[in-house]
Design a binder for this molecule. Structure first.
Ligand code: ADE
Length: 247
């Protein structure tokens, strides 16, 4: 899978893309990331990427021509079609389902919006989709692009290797995670639940399923309404609700 990222600040990406899972995915050639400095696609002496808004008002607007040229340059290098995504607070809110959807793409081009806005013609004519990572305003799309690359990369087969697989991740099934513990079994009098030390795999599995349901019910009941539960999970859920009438 290949990501091309068009940004005014390519060096922001250095740390996060050169460590851990993303680093290894790149080394294994499962993942390719290419950074493009938008300023390299300007044609004026001042290398201008923004300008004042038509109609007045404060702030600057990201210009359409450099984005157009950057996209043309990137697309020429690609053998297949690419999905072009603009990061902005006005897009569809990113979630695990969108990550799974994007994982099926061969090429994704991410455009990081900056300044107070982006010329509307970028959205109208150059972009397939606009994505936001949440209802808050960042200084630009760079951190949002990193979030998307990270969430999508860990879903690509072969990336996680022997680590806990993406299938066990919180949200993969639309439920929150069960609690995890590691050694020591007791610290400061704080004990690891007995069942996890019992070696009874059937019991452990059931405990984990119950905890996932309980935690999701307590913290994110909205997710439970959408989750597809097995008959057994539905029964656990009813039992959890009965045991705690506050839930
Ligand atoms: N750019 C600024 N804020 C953003 C957000 N919440 N998501 C994606 N891109 C952004």
């Amino acid at each position: 899978m290949r990501f091309d990222i068009i940004t005014l600040f390519p060096s922001i990406f250095k740390g996060p893309f050169e460590e851990s899972i993303i680093k290894r995915a790149r080394q294994k050639n499962i993942l390719e990331i290419h950074l493009h400095n938008l300023r390299d696609f300007t044609t004026d002496a001042h290398r201008t990427t923004d300008d004042v808004p038509f109609g007045g008002g404060g702030g600057m607007v990201m210009k359409v021509e450099p984005v157009y040229r950057a996209l043309a340059y990137v697309k020429k290098q690609l053998k297949e079609e690419a999905k072009v995504i603009l990061l902005s607070p006005q897009g569809r809110t990113f979630n695990q389902n969108i990550a799974l959807e994007l994982m099926r793409q061969k090429n994704i081009i991410l455009i990081c919006g900056r300044y107070e806005g982006v010329d509307e013609r970028v959205r109208m004519y150059l972009v397939d989709e606009e994505i936001s990572i949440g209802d808050y305003v960042l200084s630009g799309g760079e951190i949002a692009a990193m979030v998307i690359v990270d969430a999508v990369t860990r879903l690509i087969p072969g990336v996680l290797g022997n680590e806990r697989s993406a299938k066990e991740d919180s949200f993969y099934r639309g439920l929150l995670d069960y609690p995890q513990y590691t050694r020591p079994a007791e610290f400061m009098g704080w004990e690891v639940p007995e069942v996890l030390r019992s070696g009874n795999h059937q019991k452990i599995k059931e405990w984990r399923t119950r905890k996932m349901l309980e935690r999701t019910l307590q913290r994110r009941p909205d997710l439970l309404r959408k989750a597809r539960l097995s008959p057994e999970e539905k029964r656990y859920l009813e039992e959890i609700k009965k045991s705690d009438p506050k839930l």
